[in-house]
Design a protein around this ligand. Structure first.
Ligand SMILES: [Cu+2]
Length: 341
């Protein structure tokens, strides 16, 4: 068993997602090769710093132990050292040499890690354009390929073992895309498209978080990356590419009508209907997502109702206004939204 595995299985279970229930967010439990590289670097840095700390502390204790003791005659003002200390220049030289070697070692380790991160083979990779918005994540799969492209929000599915290339963009402020179990952090800089490559090697639900203060609701700008077996992923992808389900009964039909007649259409898209605005998350397959409002609430009927009736209470400052609907209309709308698998 490798050191890392031993460490992960002995020390971490209590802290890991296993204890809290999935999904988990933990840079110390890599679920993919990129996070593995970063984790190895972290262990090297931790070990180096631990040795330095122990050495400095030991030197300090030795100095205390060897310091000449004062007697009653000793003046409080006198320096205890007279003239050059024997052996001190040698100790300083050795210390300086060891520090330089340690720092150089860490530098080499970082450069090697960087090269390893850049070396991920990207052949047959999946391309996802990720737009950091205030305060949610818009994701467009296979942009530029009209036959395959589709949009979702705050929840990425990826196949295990396949490289994924994220094209990160932001229209206004700096965000940072960080899913610690899978990849290092990457900032989203307005005006630039930055690329982050990752690969999940273990299936799982990994939580990510905006890691750069981006405004009032920065803390409620989370997302999930769901890494699943390729066959399962393909099923998901196929379902996401399809248009929204037609309303299947009278309640759903009424719900769709409420949606189309409300301000909702000014901001949201539901593929296959007349709603095609882009000021909020694409709702075509809303019901297939685990959470709403960027990881803020579980995607249940009750939370959906609360969100639609008063988003400003859940996420003050969010760009969705409260929409007041008669109770019957709201219930029909919820029934419709819940049918959007
Ligand atoms: Cu952000």
């Amino acid at each position: 068993m490798s050191v890392r595995l031993a460490y992960a299985s002995s020390v971490l279970p209590a802290l890991s997602g296993a204890a809290y229930g999935a999904p988990f967010q933990n840079a110390l439990l890599p679920g993919g090769i990129q996070a593995d590289h970063v984790h190895t670097l972290w262990l090297i840095m931790l070990a180096t710093c631990a040795v330095v700390f122990a050495a400095v502390f030991a030197a300090f204790l030795i100095a205390l132990w060897r310091a000449p003791r004062a007697t009653e005659e000793t003046s409080p003002q006198t320096s205890r050292t007279t003239g050059a200390e024997r052996g001190s220049s040698r100790a300083v030289a050795i210390g300086a040499a060891l520090s330089t070697a340690g720092l150089l070692g860490l530098l080499v380790a970082s450069v090697v890690t960087d090269r390893a991160l850049a070396g991920l083979p990207l052949k047959d990779g999946i391309v996802i354009e990720v737009n950091g918005l205030q305060w949610w994540w818009q994701a467009t799969y296979s942009p530029g390929d009209p036959a395959r492209t589709f949009e979702t929000a705050n929840e990425l599915h990826i196949p295990v073992g396949k490289p994924v290339v994220l094209k990160l963009q932001s229209p206004d402020v700096i965000h940072s895309f960080w899913v610690p179990n899978l990849a290092p952090k990457k900032d989203l800089i307005p005006g630039h498209t930055l690329t982050l490559a990752l690969r999940a090697d273990k299936p799982g639900v990994y939580r990510g978080q905006c890691a750069e203060f981006c405004g009032y609701q920065h803390a409620k700008m989370a997302f999930l990356v769901i890494a699943e077996e390729p066959a399962q992923y393909e099923q998901w992808e196929k379902a996401q590419r399809a248009s929204a389900k037609e309303p299947a009964d009278a309640a759903q039909k009424r719900g769709q009508q409420v949606f189309m007649e409300s301000p909702c259409v000014m901001c949201h898209t539901i593929q296959g209907t007349a709603a095609n605005a882009k000021n909020g998350p694409d709702l075509t397959h809303l019901a297939s997502r685990t959470t709403i409002a960027a990881g803020t609430l579980p995607n249940t009927r009750g939370h959906l109702a609360g969100w639609i009736s008063n988003p400003q209470q859940v996420k003050p400052g969010t760009n969705m206004p409260a929409v007041t609907l008669p109770a019957d209309d709201l219930q029909a709308l919820l029934t419709y939204l819940e049918s959007l698998q």
